[in-house]
Design a protein around this ligand. Structure first.
Ligand code: GRF
Length: 279
C-alpha cells in the first residue's frame, strides 16, 4: 500500500511534540545528545524494568535511535532537529553532525550543544565519490548510527551509499515534490507561476529527490513574493516538518517498504494530515 502524508497547515495539533507549545522543561532537561549519554543509558538499562522514579525516561533514552545529521552549510534544519530532540519523549537523539565542508556554520551549533562532529572534506577525494562515501560510512559506523538525516547536504549520493541506508536515510527538500526537484526551487516556482509552494521530507532513493514522501507542508505564494521572501517562509515550514518526519521514522510509525511509505497511523480527525492512500 502506498502512503503519502501531506501535512497541509500547521501540524502542532496532531499530537507530535512541539518545541513551541507547552511549558518549557528546563528543570528536567538533560542534553541527551551529549557524548556518552546514550552509552550510559544503554549500559544501565539493557533490559529496562522500572526500579525507581524517572527510570522510564532513562529506559526510553536507551531505546532512542542514534541519528547523524549531514550538512554542508548554515544548519538551520539541524537546529530544528536539535531543539526537537530536547523534548524527552522524542525517540531520536542526534549523536553526530557530519559535514563535507570544514567551514559549515552548522558545525559550531553542534559543538555548542555538545554533539560530536566530523568533517569528511569531499575535495580530498577528487572525482571518486565512492571513496568519499566510504569515509562517510566509516564515521557513521564509528558512531553506531541508526538513521541519517540530510539537511542541506550538497553532495549527490551514489546508489552504493543510498542502498546501504535504505529506509534509514531521509532528506528535506524546499519544494512540494515531485515538483521542482533539484536546486533553485523558489526561483523556479515563481517563474512557473505556481500558487502553492512548500517543503517535503522524503526517504532517499538512488534517483535524486524522488523517494517516498514522509511529510509535506504547503503555503500560498503571495503577490510581491521574491525568491528570498519565499525561501524564508518555506524555511519555517521545513523547521516544522523535519522534526515531525524524523519522529515518525524513529518511532517506527512510518517505514519504507518495497520503495513505498507504510504507516500504521490513522487519519487525523481534522483531516489536515492526509494518511495513507486507500485508507
Ligand atoms: C534547506 O532549504 C533545505 O531544504 C535544502 O537546503 C537548505 C539547507 O538549509 N536542502 P539549512 O542549512 O538547514 O539552514
Amino acid at each position: 500500500m502506498a502512503v503519502s502524508i501531506a501535512a497541509i497547515g500547521p501540524l502542532h495539533s496532531h499530537g507530535f511534540p512541539s518545541t513551541e507549545a507547552g511549558p518549557k522543561r528546563t528543570a528536567t532537561y538533560v542534553n541527551r545528545s551529549a557524548p556518552g549519554f546514550l552509552e550510559f543509558a544503554h549500559a544501565l538499562f539493557e533490559e529496562p524494568a522500572p526500579a525507581f522514579p524517572g527510570m522510564h525516561w532513562f529506559a526510553a533514552g536507551a531505546r532512542m535511535k542514534r541519528v547523524a545529521v549531514l550538512i554542508s552549510g548554515r544548519g538551520s534544519n539541524l537546529g530544528a532537529l536539535i531543539e526537537a530532540g530536547k523534548d524527552r519523549s522524542y525517540p531520536a537523539a542526534i549523536v553526530l553532525v557530519l559535514s563535507n565542508r570544514p567551514d559549515a556554520a552548522g558545525l559550531a551549533r553542534a559543538r555548542a550543544e555538545g554533539i560530536a562532529t566530523a568533517v569528511v572534506d569531499h575535495t580530498r577525494f577528487g572525482k571518486d565519490r565512492e571513496a568519499f562515501e566510504r569515509a562517510l560510512q566509516a564515521e557513521l559506523e564509528r558512531h553506531r548510527i541508526d538513521i541519517v538525516c540530510l539537511a542541506g547536504f550538497m553532495r549527490l549520493l551514489t546508489p552504493w551509499f543510498v542502498r546501504r541506508w535504505e529506509g534509514r536515510l531521509i532528506n528535506i527538500h524546499p519544494a512540494l515534490l515531485p515538483a521542482f526537484k533539484g536546486l533553485n526551487t523558489h526561483e523556479r516556482a515563481l517563474a512557473a507561476g505556481v500558487k502553492v509552494h512548500g517543503a517535503t521530507v522524503h526517504f532517499v532513493v538512488p534517483d535524486m529527490d524522488s523517494g517516498p514522501i514522509i511529510a509535506q507542508e504547503s503555503l500560498a505564494i503571495r503577490d510581491g513574493d521574491d525568491a528570498s521572501s519565499l525561501a524564508a517562509r518555506v524555511l519555517e515550514l521545513e523547521h516544522r516538518i523535519y522534526p515531525k518526519a524524523l519522529k515518525l521514522v524513529a518511532s517506527g510509525h512510518i517505514e519504507m517498504v518495497d520503495g513505498e511509505c507504510r504507516s500504521d497511523l490513522e487519519r487525523d480527525a481534522s483531516g489536515e494530515l492526509i494518511l495513507p492512500k486507500g485508507n
